[in-house]
Ligand binder design. Structure first.
Ligand SMILES: Cc1ncc(COP(=O)(O)O)c(C=O)c1O
Length: 439
């Protein structure tokens, strides 16, 4: 692509093949609604809502106005030993979105920080209750929990851990992932096979003893590894085992929070209530970085011990509850509520499901998975060149007007909630054309 690009050498790009990108750059210069504008002026449909973070589309006027106003009024205030009104207001609003019983909110600036905060809260909670031996965290294979040390330790994407093994947190073990193509290929929504995989937690409890386990952390739907949908009954069983053994259950809802599955959180959509929810991304529509954890009140209460002047949790970030992020968050929740966009996400889910499954039988497609307004199309890898086929689909997608996201040979889509049904159908038809054109 012709880009009239700036000098690209200094920026070390995250999760990117830097040398390849810098020879074949795709640069974005603007965005509005569900579209990005590339540096050469072409518009491309934002098939993944940014990186799962802009469900309201780009340039939403109320959010832009709220951010502008906030910068002028209060551009920064600490939340250590001081507060500002919007951080309390936003915490209460998020608590109102969360399942009953989860109503204490700790703010961070990213999903990774939110994951690490949740893990620390879990350990500190058990210690406060006199069970300091509960230090073990159970994650899951193929999980993505961001890039902090806690997140890569509990996470299960091998490439994200390989180079950093020495830093990994000790006392972590992993459940098996739930993806078995032989049992669930081309399932619509939740696969019916696989609830029994949760019983692996019983084995880990037997191996390590419950008295050493603080928490189990899972993404209710595994997003980054390619939209792996929980089998019917699986999360229910994890919940039951955790409860029985006094282990906290953490749902990492960085992707699924704020409407992606057609309910406020995946917890409500799937009918399973964890003890801690991790959120980020959509809470501010991606406009200002923010993340956090919503914690069961009994966990917070257990930590409120000792003399009143005691700091109960030695943890926090300079920018926890940054006023500009809070303003963006409040405007985002207002807009989601005013336009009933969670219900719209649920309605569009059906259009996406029908559309994406119509790609079964197209060249290279070996599986299709979906839940809510999220789906993945998995392509067979080229012999000896993993990822090459999906990269070609990505590049042809840009030429055809789609900004797709690929990891390995899986293409994930999660369009903005403001998309029209026609835009979702167009996305699918354009993708069909792309698949027919690649080798
Ligand atoms: C489930 C999950 N947890 C954590 C993260 C990390 O969030 P961040 O990139 O904001 O640190 C992500 C990012 O995609 C995610 O999908």
């Amino acid at each position: 692509m012709n880009t009239s690009a700036p000098n690209l050498s200094a920026f070390w790009m995250p999760f990117t093949a830097n040398r390849y990108f810098k020879r074949h750059p795709t640069l974005v210069r603007g965005a509005e609604g569900a579209y990005f504008t590339l540096s050469d002026g072409r518009r491309v449909f934002d098939c993944l809502s940014g990186l799962w973070c802009t469900p309201l589309g780009h340039g939403r006027r109320e959010i832009v106005a709220a951010v502008r106003e906030q910068v002028g009024e209060l551009d920064f205030a600490p939340t250590f030993q001081v507060g500002h009104p919007k951080v309390f207001e936003l915490a209460a609003r998020i608590a109102g979105w969360a399942p009953e019983g989860l109503d204490r909110v700790f703010f961070t600036n990213s999903g990774s920080e939110a994951v690490d905060s949740a893990l620390k809260i879990a350990l500190a909670y058990h210690q406060a209750r006199g069970e300091a031996g509960r230090v073990r965290i159970i994650g899951r294979e193929r999980a993505y929990h961001g890039v902090g040390i806690g997140g890569i330790s509990a996470g299960g994407i091998a490439a994200n851990r390989r180079a950093f093994g020495a830093l990994s947190a000790p006392f972590v073990d992993h459940l098996p992932h739930t993806y078995d193509p032989g049992q669930m290929r081309f399932s619509r929504g939740q696969p019916t096979w696989g609830a029994h995989l949760a019983d692996a937690l019983e084995r880990l409890v037997a191996l390590h003893d419950a008295s050493t386990i603080a928490a189990v952390i899972v993404e209710p739907m595994q997003g980054s590894t390619g939209v792996i949908v929980p089998p019917v009954g699986y999360l229910e069983r994890l919940r039951e085992i955790c409860t029985r053994h006094g282990i906290l259950l953490i749902f990492d809802e960085v992707i699924t929070g704020f409407g992606r599955l057609g309910a406020n959180f995946a917890a409500q959509r799937l009918g399973v209530t964890p003890d801690i929810i991790v959120f980020a991304k959509a809470v501010t529509n991606g406009v200002i970085p923010m993340g956090g954890t919503v914690v069961r009140r009994s966990i917070y209460d257990a930590m409120m011990r000792g003399p009143e002047q005691t700091i109960e949790l030695f943890h926090g970030y300079t920018y926890s509850g940054h006023p500009v992020a809070c303003a963006a968050g409040l405007a985002t929740l207002d807009a989601l509520e005013k336009d009933d966009l969670v219900a719209r996400s649920a309605k569009l889910s059906k259009v996406l499901e029908d559309g994406v499954h119509s790609l079964q039988g197209e060249p290279h497609v070996i599986d299709i998975r979906n839940i809510g307004l999220a789906a993945a199309v998995e392509l067979g890898a080229r012999e000896g060149q993993p990822g090459a086929r999906a990269r070609e689909a990505f590049e042809r997608g840009v030429e055809a007007g789609l900004l797709l996201r690929f990891t390995a040979d899986t293409i994930a889509v999660a369009p903005p909630f403001i998309s029209s049904e026609e835009e979702i159908r167009n996305m699918i038809e354009t993708l069909r054309g792309v698949l027919r054109g690649i080798a």
